[in-house]
Design a binder for this molecule. Structure first.
Ligand SMILES: CC(C)(COP(=O)(O)OP(=O)(O)OC[C@H]1O[C@@H](n2cnc3c(N)ncnc32)[C@H](O)[C@@H]1OP(=O)(O)O)[C@@H](O)C(=O)NCCC(=O)NCCS
Length: 169
């Protein structure tokens, strides 16, 4: 499994994945990505990544600095954080460990920056399977927050917890 920057050639696949029900169900209302606009941009504040297993694209990840992201989606969360979004493109690839591998690579990438204190995520409150997935990776529930009319469960993985979990294997 590896993560690489998403490029224009990935746009048709990303659009096709958006139509899949497990991807739609996990997205909040009005939260569609405008891929034609998003993919070509080079931003200081975030990365759009494709996850590839053995050369085939399996999933997508976004890693942002929530304090710098220009829409202010996360509000006043302070510095030293990264926010992550993740999905597997095809339903047949769910539940096979790909998401865990992707998240481990993303966390490694986030915490490689010594200024990063914690990683935050915001699954929909009703997305119980994703919440369990994050909890298994060591994320701790913080609070419920409504983003773009959708109730989300905010989770946070602190650097110290990440390091002790990584050490324990
Ligand atoms: C959440 C997700 C990225 C996890 O990746 P994955 O490769 O399926 O997960 P893994 O195989 O590494 O780990 C298995 C766990 O993933 C979660 N999972 C499995 N299938 C899932 C599905 N259809 N929908 C949501 N989560 C699922 C469960 O917690 C599962 O554990 P369980 O067997 O106890 O239910 C992936 O399931 C997914 O893309 N789901 C839909 C989109 C989504 O919910 N994204 C998160 C938005 S915040």
């Amino acid at each position: 499994m590896k993560l690489r920057t998403a490029v224009a050639e990935d746009i048709p696949l990303l659009k096709a994945w958006d139509e899949n029900s497990h991807v739609r169900d996990a997205s909040g209302e009005d939260s569609d990505y405008d891929w034609d606009e998003e993919i070509p941009r080079i931003a200081e504040w975030g990365e759009l990544l494709m996850a590839e297993d053995d050369g085939r694209a399996i999933g997508f990840m976004e890693i942002i600095d929530p304090a710098l992201e220009p829409t202010g989606y996360w509000g006043d969360v302070g510095e030293g954080l990264r926010a992550v979004d993740i999905w597997i493109g095809e339903e047949k690839h769910l539940g096979q460990g790909f998401g865990t591998q992707m998240m481990r690579l993303a966390l490694e990438r986030c915490f490689a920056d010594p200024n990063v204190k914690a990683v935050i995520i915001d699954p929909l409150e009703r997305n119980t399977r994703a919440r369990r997935f994050y909890e298994r990776l060591g994320f701790k529930f913080v609070e419920y927050r409504t983003f773009e009319k959708e109730l989300c469960a905010i989770y946070r993985l602190e650097r110290a917890d990440y390091l002790s979990l990584a050490e324990a294997g």
